[in-house]
Design a protein. Structure first.
Length: 221
């Protein structure tokens, strides 16, 4: 871990914070748990905390051509920060986050819809060598979620509608006649007017008169 540090943070080593440095000078202290806090003077004082570096310095050539000594921790931090800045920039394209969303939901959405997508795009590019944009990549992810393939339904067993006699069973009301009369005149009238029959539809398994059977099953006759 490596990152910048504010000088006024509680627990900072006083010797490091109060040390007066000239440009290019470095001062560092290491704790018993191998945490290093350092101060480096460039154009201003820079404070860093790291768990993986010492006070090692490297030579860097600036754009002006000048060669300077720079802490390795600072160089690694700048490299890592450039990747984070690039990731944040890519995640901001077509971002679903809105100001009205509560902060904890923003964190969840940012991890799910931004950071994870940027990481997936980086892996995709490393394998496929495809220079696809982040917006196009998101569209390709969404497509399978929106358009599910339709699975053709299997043909079912055709139902055989056949009017059969119930023999010696007690006569029952035709259910179609009862339903029609009930909707027109009410249940009491329907109970008195509905004819009672001994026939039923074998396919529908309901008691039905011949006239209603012919009317409702013309296509299957």
């Amino acid at each position: 871990m490596v990152g910048t540090l504010r000088a006024n943070r509680r627990g900072n080593p006083r010797d490091v914070i109060s040390k007066k440095l000239k440009k290019g000078e470095l001062f560092a202290q290491q704790s018993s748990s191998n945490i290093v806090v350092m101060k480096w003077r460039d154009k201003r004082d820079i404070y860093l905390i790291t768990t993986k570096h010492t006070d090692e310095t490297i030579e860097i050539r600036r754009k002006t051509g000048d060669i300077i000594k720079k802490p390795l921790a600072v160089e690694d931090y700048n490299i890592g920060k450039s990747f984070i800045d690039r990731s944040d920039q890519m995640a901001s394209y077509s971002s679903p986050l809105k100001r009205s969303i509560k902060w904890y939901r923003k964190v969840a959405f940012d991890i799910l819809l931004s950071t994870s997508v940027v990481n997936a795009l980086s892996l995709y590019k490393s394998v496929n060598m495809n220079n696809i944009t982040i917006t196009r990549f998101k569209e390709e992810i969404i497509k399978p979620l929106l358009f599910k393939p339709t699975v053709p339904s299997l043909p079912g067993t055709p139902i055989s509608h056949k009017l059969v006699s119930c023999g010696n069973l007690k006569k029952r009301m035709c259910q179609k006649c009862y339903s029609r009369l009930s909707s027109e005149f009410g249940r009491k009238v329907a109970q008195n007017r509905t004819r009672k029959i001994l026939t039923r539809c074998e396919g529908c398994n309901i008691f039905i008169c011949r006239d209603c059977f012919i009317k409702f099953h013309k296509s299957s006759l």
